[in-house]
Design a protein. Structure first.
Length: 156
């Protein structure tokens, strides 16, 4: 006789004893199943652990999002300039609109020689009472661009 059949016979013998003694099924099966109290305690422990883990994940995601704060640098302006590659001697300034409301920029274009330009970018941001500036200079070869002011006149 194998172990499985022995266990089945033992269970059936218990069931016969329970039915022969007229005991309720709850008391006969109390050795085989969990009580309602045990299930409720296990469920409470499970949900407590689950909500603790979810709280840690939410805090971690919030911190990661805070670290991804995008800072504006002068490279954005240089990329915008590369789309047109048209320069005029002089300076320009502006802001980034609603996308980055705390930032402004200045651009200074200087013709060096024969279509070679030096473009200086400065991005300004006011943090508290002190301004924070980021500067960058690039050289651009643009033989089609004009020397002189923004009106397009030639320099003497």
């Amino acid at each position: 006789m194998n172990v499985r059949s022995a266990k089945c016979e033992e269970r059936s013998a218990r069931a016969e004893r329970c039915s022969s003694r007229h005991l309720s099924l709850v008391t006969c099966h109390s050795h085989w199943a969990f009580t309602l109290l045990e299930v409720m305690i296990a469920t409470a422990i499970f949900f407590t652990a689950t909500f603790a883990i979810l709280g840690v994940v939410a805090t971690t995601l919030r911190n990661a999002r805070a670290l991804q704060k995008i800072e504006v640098d002068a490279g954005m302006l240089a990329a915008q300039l590369s789309l047109t590659n048209r320069l005029y001697e002089g300076s320009e300034s502006g802001d980034f609109g609603d996308l980055y409301p705390d930032y402004t920029w200045d651009q200074e274009n200087t013709l060096i020689t024969n279509g070679l330009w030096r473009v200086d970018f400065v991005v300004h941001r006011r943090v508290g009472r002190q301004p924070v500036d980021t500067a960058m200079s690039i050289l651009v070869f643009s033989p089609d661009s004009q020397a002189g002011g923004f009106g397009g006149g030639l320099r003497p």
